[in-house]
Design a binder for this molecule. Structure first.
Ligand SMILES: [Zn+2]
Length: 104
């Protein structure tokens, strides 16, 4: 039987008692087609993007994959899921608020 642990708090997730939540993140270099179209030789750029995307399929090419495309996967317990949803990017919310509201 596979045991899962929460990737945030490292707590074991007991499948009988707890729901296990899976977080999947996709991080990839964004190519803006509108910006590319302003260029005269947009076909070359599109071809380049196409080449990159094709290389992404090639699992052997790890370096390009890491720079351009990454997929992350985490297991979370219900409690950490709640925390994660409140602040998915790990921003320092309290500090940002203090700065934002300090001008008076
Ligand atoms: Zn947790």
């Amino acid at each position: 039987m596979i045991r899962y642990a929460c990737d945030l708090c490292k707590r074991q997730i007991d499948p009988d008692d707890d729901l296990r939540y899976v977080v999947k993140m996709e991080i990839y270099a964004a190519f803006d087609p509108a910006a590319v179209n302003e260029d005269e030789d947009d076909r070359d750029h599109l071809q380049e993007i196409q080449d990159v995307l094709e290389r992404l399929d090639d699992a052997e090419d790890d370096q390009i994959g890491d720079d351009v495309y990454q997929q992350l996967r985490f297991d979370l317990c219900p409690e950490c899921r709640r925390k994660f949803l409140k602040n998915p990017l790990g921003r320092q919310v309290s500090i940002a608020k203090a700065v934002g509201f300090s001008k008076n």
